[in-house]
Design a protein around this ligand. Sequence first.
Ligand SMILES: [Zn+2]
Length: 135
Amino acid sequence: MASSAPKPSLLPALFSMKCPSCRKSTVFINKSIFPLGKCLAMKDECEVCGQRMKSESNNGGGINYALTMMLFFLNLLWYWPVFGLSYKDNSVFYFLGVSVTVVVLAQPYLMRLSRMLYLYMYTAFGHSRRVNTGD
Ligand SMILES: [Zn+2]
């Protein structure tokens, strides 16, 4: 019965910071990003499937940089229609200021998300610990 359970879909699991292997348990110790000092604290392993969460190579730093740049430019999508952008006045500088603020505020979440992406890239669904040879 357990084996026929539907597989939770990938993207909702990713964005809700669920274990990459069973997609049931959470990866981070605190659900909230607060307190900020503990926002990246991860469990040693998943209590549901035993997937190891911590890896010495998982820093997600490069992914975080890419996400930060992406978010920075995505801000154009709402800022432009709402406030307008023109090279004739200072609106570009206002946009830069607003965009930097948004990126900084989103940073704890982006840092978590990049760790999640890293985990998901290196962990296939249902491959926790057990060695899977054929396939
Ligand atoms: Zn798990």
